[in-house]
Design a protein around this ligand. Structure first.
Ligand SMILES: *[C@@H]1O[C@H](CO)[C@@H](O)[C@H](O)[C@H]1NC(C)=O
Ligand SMILES: *[C@@H]1O[C@H](CO)[C@@H](O)[C@H](O)[C@H]1NC(C)=O
Ligand SMILES: *[C@@H]1O[C@H](CO)[C@@H](O)[C@H](O)[C@H]1NC(C)=O
Ligand SMILES: *[C@@H]1O[C@H](CO)[C@@H](O)[C@H](O)[C@H]1NC(C)=O
Ligand SMILES: *[C@@H]1O[C@H](CO)[C@@H](O)[C@H](O)[C@H]1NC(C)=O
Length: 618
């Protein structure tokens, strides 16, 4: 009797013992369960012929709740049925006025607005593959985006007409038809689209019936700056759309949630984790043209938003905004995103109340990802042994000065110790494929690392340094190589260099990112060698970078050097320069600072201390 009693009491306490020894046990179990069910779901969708895509999901949601609000934008609300009808009109207009065929790529060049969603849905109904172009890019980079995916048609916002006109002759040479989202346009070679969409009926179009469509067929192209050079189009197949959209399930989003989407739709965070994830759940999207710190919480309150997305910078901007009594007066319960720093995280929770922050790590084209589903402050993910078994990855020693992984005497890479930062590489397997970049085998190959732990193996090189602790939490450390990240955008240093050296007084340029106290990522800096007999012209440099580079990619600091140092392997030395930063009392060479309203002005100690103490925000 007594024995049974002790046994029962013991059993009752068992959960507490488990909890004390394994505090994340329940979260881990839930995560594994979610992972398995998402995997099974995608497998089921893949087994259908043709496969079940997100468009099918959308149409099912239209059937299930036609009148439910789908997109709320400014003062308009569109139901699921409205979206279906509007996308029918897009599909009809384009099939009447263009020569589009199934599988053709179509470039979308516009900002966040409901039309973005109708265009994507309409094109998908026609079986075309939308290419989501960053509306900040211009000229050479913009043109390059076309040759990447071989787009036949460009659809641009009316306000981006000037950017389109700049490249129009080159587009015409490539036989790209250009449509602009307005009712009138007097530029020869540009057709209007809005009037054509208005003119057609909103009856359903016969859906592209491609029996060859599989889960591996391309669904979208999303551009990344990857490690070098011009933007590259990552091929996003249907499987990847499903997996990325499922992040909302992992974060605990439910069918009655309302999500706030202000991140750009041309990135995977906004498009896949935000928009298509919301369609998967069948929820309402409050779409916003751009982030605004002053409107953020008002929007959330006004529309009863329950789920927000973030990048680290945004969380900091929100914390920096003036405090208000109503700071905790909102219904937001989940925040899903990447890049929040530990100090901002703690401050955010304290100020805005109990919000579940789901920090995750992943790259648009990458083959691995992590989720911090337990809310451990500062970590970007949690790694379970079972996940590492299913999708092997490693953190390996990296030589930042040489810009390559450290190899041992046999030529293999070396894993770092627990707590030490290493380059994340993930094994390329059938389950964790790397689909690469469209029409760019060279860049695709650059992201592949061979003979990592044994002869003939193949890994994806993430380009990121991470570290892991004893409990299995993984922390983002830095980005390496030829890119840096600023304001949520990846900047390829070579692209900036190419723009700078077209100025005749700049003989050579070395571009790198420098850390700024209190900011995520790194801001752009360029070290320049001036052509002999010429002088640095700050006005010309300012006008040039303003014309050719989006604001986040423009070097904020310029340093003039007599010669630029090279490494033993003739690569530009960046690490030392990046460490030296922009402190005028430590650097006795001429330096300039890009002041938004004035252009490049000489760098001073006052500017330096204003940046450092946070009174001047970059
Ligand atoms: C692939 O890229 C090359 C050069 O970048 C370009 O000439 C070619 O047209 C592209 N092919 C397609 C199918 O877009
Ligand atoms: C563009 O179209 C013209 C006429 O149809 C054709 O001769 C030419 O080869 C095409 N150019 C390209 C780059 O496809
Ligand atoms: C499917 O693929 C086969 C073989 O590649 C091709 O002959 C057929 O036309 C394709 N069907 C469709 C509907 O695209
Ligand atoms: C938000 O929720 C409140 C309370 O549940 C409700 O009264 C209000 O109508 C909702 N607002 C909107 C825009 O749905
Ligand atoms: C600097 O560039 C500007 C704009 O290109 C030009 O007007 C000016 O004359 C240049 N200054 C010098 C000293 O060359």
């Amino acid at each position: 009797m007594y024995a049974i009693f002790t046994f029962l009491v013991g059993l009752a306490f068992l959960p507490f013992f488990i909890y004390a020894r394994f505090p994340y046990f329940l979260d881990d179990v839930r995560y594994i369960f979610n992972g398995i069910s998402i995997g099974n779901r995608v497998k089921r969708y893949a087994s259908k012929k043709p496969c079940y895509t997100l468009l099918d999901r959308f149409l099912d949601k239209v059937k299930a709740h036609p009148l439910k609000s789908f997109i709320i934008f400014e003062n308009e609300t569109y139901s699921y049925q409205d979206a279906d009808r509007r996308s029918n009109k897009v599909a009809r207009a384009l099939s009447q006025h263009s020569k589009l065929q199934e599988e053709d790529a179509v470039a979308l060049f516009l900002g966040n607005e409901p039309t973005y969603v109708w265009l994507w849905l309409g094109l998908t109904k026609l079986g075309c593959v939308p290419a989501l172009i960053n509306y900040n890019i211009r000229t050479k980079s913009l043109l390059h985006c076309f040759s990447c995916c071989g787009a036949k048609v460009l659809i641009a916002a009316a306000e981006l007409k000037d950017a389109v006109v700049e490249v129009l002759p080159a587009l015409q040479e490539q036989n790209v038809s250009v449509f602009i989202l307005s009712k009138e346009c007097d530029t020869e070679g540009i057709e209007t689209l809005s009037d054509k969409i208005d003119a057609v009926s909103d009856e359903p179009v016969p859906l592209a019936l491609n029996s060859n469509l599989t889960i591996k067929s391309p669904a979208l192209y999303i551009y990344t700056s990857g490690t070098t050079g011009l933007p590259k189009a990552a091929v996003i197949n249907h499987e990847r759309v499903w997996l990325a959209s499922s992040m909302q399930t992992v974060a605990g989003v439910r069918g009655d949630d309302i999500i706030y989407v202000y991140l750009p739709l041309y990135h995977s965070a906004g498009f896949l984790m935000g928009l298509t994830g919301a369609i998967d759940q069948g929820i309402t999207v409050v779409l916003k043209r751009k982030f605004s710190a002053s409107q953020f919480w008002n929007d959330c309150r006004k529309h009863n938003v329950t789920v927000i997305q973030y990048i680290g910078e945004i969380m900091r901007y929100l914390c920096n905004a003036p405090k208000k009594d109503i700071d905790q007066n909102h219904m937001v319960r989940v925040a899903l995103g990447n890049g929040i720093r530990a100090d901002t995280w703690a401050e955010f929770l304290q100020r805005f109340g109990d919000i579940r922050i789901v920090e995750c790590y992943g790259a648009t084209e990458g083959n691995t990802g992590f989720v911090n589903y337990v809310g451990k402050v500062g970590a970007t993910g949690r790694v379970l042994t079972i996940q590492k078994k299913a999708q092997p990855f490693a953190l390996i020693k990296y030589d930042t000065e040489r810009g390559e992984p450290v190899r041992d005497s046999r030529g293999f890479c070396v894993e770092v110790a627990t707590g030490e930062a290493g380059l994340l590489v993930a094994k390329i397997t059938k389950r964790a494929p790397f689909t690469g970049y469209a029409n760019n085998t060279q860049q695709t190959e650059k992201k592949r690392l061979r003979d990592v732990f044994e002869k003939g193996d193949l890994y994806f090189d993430s380009g990121d340094l991470l570290k892991m602790d004893e409990e299995g939490f993984i922390y983002f450390q830095d980005r390496i190589g030829d890119t840096f990240r600023w304001k949520g955008e990846n900047v390829a240093t070579t692209e900036v260099t190419d723009v700078l050296v077209t100025l005749d007084f700049i003989e050579e340029a070395n571009v790198y990112g420098v850390k700024v106290r209190g900011n995520e990522g790194r801001i752009g800096m360029a070290s320049l060698k001036i052509t002999e007999g010429m002088e640095f012209n700050s006005t010309a440099t300012y006008e040039h970078v303003k014309a050719y580079l989006p604001s986040y990619a423009r070097p904020r600091f310029i340093r003039i050097q007599n010669s630029l140092e090279l490494t033993g392997t003739y690569k530009q030395k960046k690490v030392k320069l990046a460490e030296e930063g922009f402190d005028p009392s430590a650097i006795d060479e001429a330096m300039y600072f890009l002041e938004e309203s004035q252009g490049y002005i000489p760098m001073t100690k006052d500017i330096y201390s204003a940046i450092n103490d946070g009174s001047m925000r970059l």
